[in-house]
Design a protein around this ligand. Structure first.
Ligand SMILES: [Zn+2]
Length: 159
């Protein structure tokens, strides 16, 4: 009987598969056996979007979980164990301050307004700035804004 246990534990394939099965699909943190995600990621995935679709004016009644998973995976910073804004690289917060909000709150952005299948994780304040623009339009706007700001900042630095 003892030899059976030995054989099982000595099999590295068995051990690594078992360990992988207990890992979150997004952050690779520990998860419950009943879920593909850790509690932290599961909470973000389940979030209800209270915004309205800018094109139709309707509420986002259902979200695309796979799209959210993809977006979260690419925003996950393994080394720091945090999510990062995909437009700015800013570290994101997962809690919303009920009194004052949180500019760095993790939010899902529809790359193209209304398209639920193509999401990206970005800071709430960046999402507000982006508004109804497509990603390409937003990038153009940022480039137009950034040069005057750079000049303004350098004047402040010189004063
Ligand atoms: Zn996770």
């Amino acid at each position: 009987m003892g030899s059976i246990v030995k054989v099982t534990l000595a099999n590295p394939q068995f051990v690594s598969n078992a360990a992988r099965e207990q890992r979150c699909n997004i952050c690779e943190g520990l998860r419950r056996a009943s879920s593909r995600y850790c509690d932290r990621c599961a909470t973000i995935l389940r979030r209800v979007d209270t915004r309205r679709d800018p094109l139709t004016g309707k509420k986002y009644t259902k979200h695309d979980r796979d799209a959210r998973e993809r977006a979260l995976k690419s925003a996950w910073d393994r080394d720091s164990k945090i999510f990062r804004c995909q437009y700015t690289n800013l570290p994101l917060k997962e809690t919303w301050n009920k009194t004052g909000g949180n500019p760095f709150y993790l939010s899902f952005d529809h790359r193209t307004p209304g398209d639920e299948t193509d999401l990206v994780v970005i800071a709430y304040c960046i999402n507000c700035m982006k508004g109804k623009q497509t990603e390409a339009e937003f990038r153009r706007l940022v480039l137009q804004v950034i040069e005057p700001l750079r000049i303004w900042a350098s004047k402040l630095g010189a004063a």
